[in-house]
Design a protein. Structure first.
Length: 279
């Protein structure tokens, strides 16, 4: 397959959706929100994924995995192509901080982790907003390891509580953890104005306490106060195709996530940091 010019990093892909039976609510999201076909729940083969990346100008990709049940497929992809695949790590049990942080540190030392990920609506019955103290150990460890942390923002597609994903809860986090590299993911729908205002407030160099790289899918457009008019169409229209949603969101996101400084813990981790920096 003829490849196009490589110009983007895809910061969130799933390769093992077909390895487990998806719950009913995920089927509803696929059909009602993404309007996707059965391919959404198929696991990806390495050769197929590489061909698709080359065809769409994607030079590197970050594959999601779970710290409780790490994806063997994701690990195999990263092992076979360390120059193209890295990991986004989720599944953190924030109510048991000590074993969680020990497992996190061990995983990061031996795998190419590009960022950590938490969806506030997807754990704890949606009762814990990001400014709750249960997150503080994870924020501290992310700062120590100098790894970006991605937090879901916006109402989730599944029928679960979504209020905790209002980006306003990141305001206090930015004040208390100015060292944290924080990234808003999933578009902040319908709270775009709050997300954009936070980016204006905490953009690099704006205030003494603001060393955050606070970003979301429309971050490049958010550098001016007129950016509300420039929110990607796919974030406003759930009926858009999955391919359009992915290419628009991820290409924009890849230009804004910050790069951690090199850590001596492992060569694999260093490759992950280099990839994020290159994006």
């Amino acid at each position: 397959m003829t490849s196009t010019a490589r110009r983007a990093n895809d910061l969130l892909i799933n390769v093992d959706m077909g390895d487990t039976v998806q719950p009913d609510w995920m089927v509803r999201v696929k059909e009602d929100y993404f309007r996707a076909d059965s391919s959404m729940f198929q696991s990806r083969e390495l050769s197929e994924l590489l061909d698709e990346m080359d065809a769409n100008g994607v030079r590197r990709a970050i594959i999601m995995t779970n710290i409780k049940q790490p994806s063997k497929r994701a690990a195999a992809f990263a092992e076979q192509h360390p120059d193209r695949f890295f990991m986004g790590l989720g599944g953190h049990d924030l109510l048991r901080p000590m074993p969680t942080l020990k497992a996190l540190e061990s995983f990061v030392a031996s795998n190419p982790v590009a960022y950590l990920s938490v969806g506030p609506s997807f754990w704890g019955d949606g009762l814990y907003a990001p400014d709750n103290a249960v997150y503080f150990p994870l924020y501290t460890k992310a700062c120590e390891l100098d790894i970006p942390l991605c937090l879901n923002t916006g109402l989730p597609g599944p029928p679960i509580p979504g209020e905790v994903q209002n980006p306003i809860y990141l305001d206090r986090v930015c004040v208390r953890f100015p060292e944290l590299k924080l990234c808003m993911i999933h578009g902040a729908d319908p709270w775009w104005d709050t997300a954009i205002r936070l980016m204006i407030k905490y953009r690099l160099g704006r205030h003494a306490i603001c060393r955050h790289r606070c970003c979301t899918t429309c971050a490049p457009a958010a550098r001016t106060r007129s950016c509300l008019r420039r929110i990607p169409p796919c974030s406003r229209s759930p009926g858009r195709s999955r391919r359009r949603r992915s290419s628009t969101f991820r290409t924009r996101s890849s230009t804004t996530i910050s790069s951690p400084t090199p850590r001596p813990s492992s060569s694999r981790a260093s490759r992950a940091e280099t990839a994020v920096k290159a994006g």
